[in-house]
Design a protein around this ligand. Structure first.
Ligand SMILES: C[S@@+](CC[C@H](N)C(=O)[O-])C[C@H]1O[C@@H](n2cnc3c(N)ncnc32)[C@H](O)[C@@H]1O
Length: 326
């Protein structure tokens, strides 16, 4: 049955003739096959009447969810991606309802869903707002499942996947800049900054140097000390951005480092992708009104001995969290 679904999906994609990028994206997402997606949802042990697939992409998870719920609402910003979901709904599984929408502001009544799945999306949006919306649209005791990228993900995007997919370099760079901003917000200046940068006279001199031209990331790298774990991580990361990042990313990262050096309030750079450590997700979910929160590496919760290993390693750090709405 699942093999039949896979061949129907391929036929459907052939018939849609999407643009190169969107076609490639869709084929990649479906390439793990219906059986893989089905088992992953089965492992979570969640089923019921109505589910929301929040940020459903091309509907690969919606398709699996349709076997565990009477009705699956597949919500997505991109109309192009949703056009694939509409075809899946027409040709393969009628209990999927495609809907254009934004996970930060859901157009559903309170207490509407038995479960919300948000797979590979929450780090792209305002996390607090999305969690508040998921809680609102869930029934009491409803389940929330999210997957998200943690600390090592940006490096994996820039250094590994970026070799074949240039977009990944940009996403990885944005995610790192956001991470650098968050780490530096609470970091100890004296522990991170190289000695001359901690002295006022040097600061004044450098101030003059940078007043009339963009901050240079090559220079900013020299401000960092390499004898703490955070300093080492920052230097290694700056080197990756120097080697693979774009001009805007180099400038944004340099500005964050300059403001840190100068003891100024840091402005969050415009890159929106955010890396969320599992402990932060736990805290954000508790604050949003969830309990029974379980977190692991993506593809691990409920995994049996016959199931495949998680796709991403702990270093790459894609995590999953399953929780219950209070
Ligand atoms: C990495 S893809 C994941 C898609 C799918 N959930 C999966 O795992 O295959 C992220 C998707 O989230 C969508 N997205 C981004 N921001 C969104 C938002 N605010 N509301 C709804 N969808 C959003 C993007 O268009 C994209 O299709």
């Amino acid at each position: 049955m699942v093999d039949a679904v896979d061949s129907k999906i391929l036929k459907l994609l052939d018939a849609l003739s999407l643009s190169g990028y969107e076609d490639g994206y869709a084929r990649t997402e479906f390439s793990r096959g219906a059986a893989y997606h089905h088992r992953r949802i089965e492992m979570l042990g969640v089923s019921g009447a109505r589910a929301l697939d929040a940020g459903c992409g091309v509907g690969n998870w919606s398709l699996a969810l349709s076997q565990f719920f009477d009705e699956v609402h597949a919500l997505e910003l991109s109309e192009t991606r949703l056009s694939i979901v509409s075809e899946i709904s027409k040709q393969i599984v009628p209990n999927i309802k495609p809907v254009v929408g934004n996970v930060e502001k859901l157009d559903f009544p309170d207490g509407h869903f038995d479960a919300v799945f948000c797979i590979g999306v929450i780090f792209l949006v305002n996390v607090e707002q999305a969690l508040a919306e998921f809680r609102r649209v869930l029934k009491p005791n409803g389940k929330l499942y999210v997957t998200y990228n943690a600390a090592g993900w940006w490096r994996y995007l820039m250094e590994v996947r970026g070799k074949a997919e240039p977009n990944c370099v940009t996403f990885g760079g944005d995610a790192f800049i956001d991470r650098a901003y968050r780490l530096l917000q609470s970091a100890d200046r004296d522990a991170i900054l190289a000695a001359p940068n901690r002295k006022k006279s040097w600061r004044a001199m450098l101030e003059g140097l940078f007043a009339s031209r963009p901050v240079d990331l090559d220079q900013a790298r020299l401000w960092l000390r390499d004898d703490t774990a955070l300093g080492k991580e920052l230097i290694r990361s700056v080197d990756v951005v120097l080697a693979a990042g774009n001009v805007k990313q180099k400038q944004e990262l340099a500005v964050v480092l300059r403001d840190f050096r100068d003891g100024k309030a840091l402005q969050r750079p415009s890159g929106r992708a955010r890396l969320i450590d599992p402990s932060d997700m736990q805290m954000l979910m508790e604050q949003a009104g969830f309990s029974d929160i379980r977190t692991d590496l993506e593809g691990t919760l409920g995994r049996g001995s016959q199931d495949p290993e998680p796709i991403y390693t702990a270093a790459q750090g894609v995590c999953e969290t399953l929780a219950r709405r209070i």
